[in-house]
Design a binder for this molecule. Structure first.
Ligand code: NDP
Ligand code: 8X3
Length: 252
């Protein structure tokens, strides 16, 4: 029987690239995201290679998440690897100018959504035990502050600490947990963050060399396919052409 991976946020960016990467290695895929048409396109592409089950799902809806896992066809159980990738940033401006609804959307998706899926899938991962894994998509923003990062960075700090705390509780089950924390990567992330401003997205990535979705997909696959006795706790990765900057100082 094939190993089974569940990837959230499979309709774009890292999630879609990860779906292709796992398919290449013969894993059965459970692909989740809200955009049904994108899921269907990916299913048509990848079901020529491996079994694919798609679930049109908003990770913020705990009941829907629970039901989707309960309704999985037999050949897609148990789940060996959970890739908690669905997430977003919004409102790249100072906190004092942000709509409260945008903060709530980030918390509901990146924190509540991630714990909804984790809670629903944990029994399956524990059933697999040795070799099973959870790969959480954190961010450099979870460790390093920057202007306009506000709640987005805070949600990714949650992802890091939740990863570590899960490790403590899952010790002895064989289930591994990792926080992959990328820096700048060219996906639809900035388009979403800027409310659909393609020019702003293009500008951010132009004249430099951002990470590509396939780079992160490779690291996700690597993490989940390591020998069962190895757990990467956190993997922070930036483009070579990105680094930290100086502290900002307010002067008279
Ligand atoms: P994309 O915008 O390209 O992809 C985000 C994915 O998340 C989409 O498939 C989207 O699917 C899904 N998603 C968003 N909200 C929900 C929701 N409520 N329910 C279900 N799915 C949802 O961005 P990336 O691929 O770049 O981002 C993937 C992850 O990586 C995110 O957690 C992001 O924070 C993180 N990250 C990104 C970095 C970057 O620079 N790109 C760097 C560091 C971390 P749909 O809209 O169909 O629901
Ligand atoms: C997204 C990467 O550098 O915008 O998590 O925080 S960054």
């Amino acid at each position: 029987m094939n190993d089974v991976v569940l990837i959230t946020g499979a309709t774009s960016g890292f999630g879609r690239a990860a779906a292709r990467r796992f398919a290449k290695e013969g894993w059965s895929l459970i692909l989740a995201g809200r955009r049904q048409e994108r899921l269907q396109e990916l299913k048509e592409e990848l079901s020529q290679v491996v079994p694919v089950h798609t679930v049109a799902l908003d990770v913020r809806d705990a009941e829907a998440v629970k039901q989707a896992i309960a309704d999985l066809p037999g050949e897609f159980r148990p789940i060996k690897s959970l890739i908690n990738n669905a997430g977003l940033a919004l409102a790249p401006k100072p906190s004092q100018e942000v709509d409260l609804a945008d903060w709530h959307t980030m918390i509901d998706t990146n924190v509540t959504g991630l714990v909804n899926v984790t809670h629903a899938v944990l029994p399956s991962l524990i059933e697999v035990g040795k070799g099973a894994s959870i790969v959480n998509l954190g961010s450099v923003a979870g460790q390093w502050p920057y202007p306009g990062g506000h709640v987005y960075g805070a949600t990714k700090a949650f992802v890091q600490q939740f990863t570590y705390n899960l490790r403590c509780d899952l010790l002895g089950t064989g289930v591994r947990v990792t926080d992959i924390a990328p820096g700048m990567a060219e996906t639809e992330f900035t388009l979403v963050r800027t409310g659909g401003d393609q020019a702003a997205s293009d500008k951010l990535y132009s004249g430099t060399t951002p990470l590509e979705p396939e780079d992160i997909a490779e690291l996700i696959y690597y993490t989940a396919s390591l020998p069962a006795h190895i757990n990467i706790n956190r993997l922070e990765v930036m483009p070579t052409r990105q680094a930290w900057s100086a502290f900002a100082i307010d002067r008279d």
